[in-house]
Design a protein around this ligand. Sequence first.
Ligand code: HEC
Length: 102
Amino acid sequence: MKKTCIIIGLAAIMGVYTGLALGGEASVEQGEQLFNDATLGGSTNDKSCSSCHPNGRGLEESGAKDNLAQMINTCIEKPLGGQALENDSVELESLVQYIKSL
Ligand code: HEC
């Protein structure tokens, strides 16, 4: 009985750590998810980035630009009607990584 409790407890703790690790690190995968997420930046319409740039089409050259993060935020504020992401946020970094991967 005690053993079961310890095992369940450990599993719960590991689950929390895995969750934090996944949420806490920028990745191309997360960027792709956000790119297709119509709620990105608290978007006030049903558009996502891929509504206008399907699968990132047309952005293949954008990864080389040094104002990429700024352009991403412009598209979040204008076409999505959302709010710009924090400059050092995991979300923005993930979107930058995704666009650079195209
Ligand atoms: C309503 C359509 C629309 C939506 C939605 C949209 N964009 Fe754009 N985006 C544009 C247009 C138009 C331009 C300027 C013309 C171009 O470069 O394609 C542009 C330009 C860009 C550029 C600069 C391209 C370059 O190299 O000059 C980036 C990067 C970009 N968008 C990323 C995004 C991201 C990330 C999202 C989601 C947060 C998004 N866009 C959502 C229409 C849109």
